[in-house]
Design a protein around this ligand. Structure first.
Ligand code: BG6
Length: 519
């Protein structure tokens, strides 16, 4: 939350659960995620007084430093990544003294023994009751090993009423394909049971993503439209202007399908398509999401090209500045076939969505930074205005803008003022910043707080992750077997050339914001 401590009112107090005393153990604590996201979120929670009074953060990492060095490093990082929070005085001092540093290799048993001793000491000193949140922000190849070492070192305490609790937060990527995701789930299960595991998809922590359910299930208005009866098609776009930013070596092994679509975009799809859950309990919500994933039609490996577009950017312009081709980025192999853009047509084969295509696309180096869900409504019967000349008729659209400029928009037709009968599209607009006038908390604030209070609803369950892999695996395999390179697109364009456009059939097209404005 940019401006730090905005006041918490009575109803906030009733609905924000205060976590138990606990220690947060951060593996990979000297990495980029800790500096850019986790520490700003934790400190923002501290400033808002949402952390428990009795609380400690233990950083577990290889770097040669100590408590004082780590505190200084974090203070520095916060200057860059949370400049609006107070970085001196009582609030900072109170937070800094809760930061502890333990130097160890991630696979050194002595490190885990030292961690146990440190945590037991903190339990005695700060009365943390043995409650532990283990956060894995390390490279993914360590996830399973750390989970096992925590188990075998006696650091996991059984959950249950009256007991201390232990929880494991696992960053993405969770697996590389179905097989590795299953294997990781099985390894983790040897030390933690499912209710103790919090798989991160940071999109679930975004305020606007959480609002999808409120919008759908706290308003009569939208739910009436929400089915094949009125919706023609759904589009989900996760567009970024950024290229590799030093992550080329990671991304080249991953690609946009694994990096963004298997997780973030499919989460947006399930929240858009799911049935009302029987309650807001975590498993009730997750049951419905898994049902959507299971209803998604499997891709036919022999006809992947009909439903999937694969692209890779070549040199182009972003915001008027020239940028290099993907294959020239640092860490990327020169003959790479990794996709930096993908678009897929999904079919949700259930009663509600029969016949409604869900188009999903994500890409790097696209013209604008935008995450959006667009529900295109069916056209009105072709009788009155659509038959007249000079009418600029478009289907109604409901747009959920996840980021940036978080908003919900309805595009509809209106009469242009004047003596002539002219129809043109206009926009009704709900803007978060304008309506609430307060900064939106970061996704990681929501996620960390939810993990501390033991609410798994914003985290992916094992079957959710596995079913999502099951869907994308055949596409990955088909691409792997295909010796042709991905279709090129210029950096700064909306993906490969129009002949590769998926929704360009009948009355459908991608609703790109720049083109929409020009309507
Ligand atoms: C991450 C991906 O999970 O999500 C990145 O690894 C991507 O490649 C990022 O840039 C997008 O997240 P956000 O919150 O910036 O939309």
């Amino acid at each position: 939350m940019a401006e730090g401590a905005s006041p918490v009112d009575r109803c906030d107090v009733l609905t924000i659960e205060r976590p138990d005393p606990c220690a947060l153990v951060l593996f990979g604590a000297t990495g980029d995620l800790t500096r850019r996201k986790l520490m700003p979120a934790l400190y923002s929670l501290a400033v808002q007084k949402l952390l428990p009074d009795r609380f400690a953060i233990v950083a577990f990492a290889r770097q040669d430093t100590d408590d004082a060095g780590f505190r200084a490093e974090i203070q520095n990082a916060l200057r860059t990544h949370a400049p609006s929070l107070p970085l001196a005085g009582e609030q900072w001092d109170g937070f800094a003294k809760r930061l502890h540093y333990l130097r160890s290799d991630l696979d050194d048993p002595r490190g885990y023994a030292a961690l146990k001793a440190l945590l037991e000491g903190l339990d005695r000193k700060e009365d943390l009751r043995g409650n532990r949140l283990f956060y894995l922000a390390t490279p993914p190849n360590y996830f399973g090993d750390i989970a096992q070492r925590l188990g075998s070192s006696g650091l996991v305490c059984p959950d249950g009423p009256g007991h201390c609790w232990s929880r494991l937060v696992v960053e993405k990527p969770f697996g590389y394909d179905l097989k590795s995701a299953r294997a990781l789930n099985a390894t983790i299960r040897e030390a933690f049971h499912e209710d103790q595991v919090y798989r991160i998809d940071h999109y679930l922590g975004k305020e606007t993503v959480q609002n999808i359910l409120v919008m759908r299930f706290a308003n009569r208005l939208f739910e009436l439209l929400w089915s094949h009866l009125y919706i023609d098609s759904v589009q989900i776009t996760v567009a970024e202007t950024l290229g590799m930013e030093g992550r080329g070596a990671y991304f080249d092994k991953s690609g946009i399908l694994r990096d963004v679509i298997q997780n973030h975009a499919l989460q947006l799809l399930t929240l858009t398509a799911m049935e009302p859950p029987v309650s807001l309990r975590a498993d009730a919500v997750r049951d419905e999401k898994v049902k959507v994933l299971r209803s998604l039609r499997a891709f036919d490996p022999a006809a992947i090209a009909l439903d999937v577009v694969r692209g890779q950017y070549v040199a182009g312009d972003i915001d008027g500045k020239p940028v290099q081709a993907y294959s020239e980025e640092e860490g990327v192999s020169a003959d790479t076939h990794t996709e930096t853009f993908a678009a897929l047509r999904f079919w949700v084969d259930n009663w509600r969505w029969a016949g409604v295509p869900f188009y999903v696309r994500a890409g790097k180096r696209l013209p604008t930074h935008l995450t959006e869900i667009v529900l295109q409504l069916k056209e009105v019967p072709d009788v009155l205005y659509a038959r007249m000349e000079c009418m600029d008729m478009h289907p109604n659209r409901l747009v959920i803008r996840v980021q940036p400029h978080e908003a919900v928009e309805i595009w509809m037709s209106a009469k242009r003022p004047g003596q002539a009968m002219r129809v043109q599209p206009v926009r009704m607009h709900f803007d978060y910043a304008e309506s609430f006038g307060k900064a939106i908390p970061s996704a990681y604030e929501h996620l960390l707080l939810n993990a501390m209070v033991g609410d798994t609803s914003l985290f992916a369950r094992h079957d959710e992750v596995e079913t999502a892999w099951e869907l994308v695996d055949p596409v990955l395999r088909a691409w792997h077997a295909d010796s042709r390179p991905p279709d090129p697109y210029f950096a700064g364009a909306w993906g490969p050339a129009p002949e590769h456009c998926l929704p360009c059939d009948n009355s459908r097209r991608w609703w790109n914001p720049d083109e929409v404005e020009a309507d």
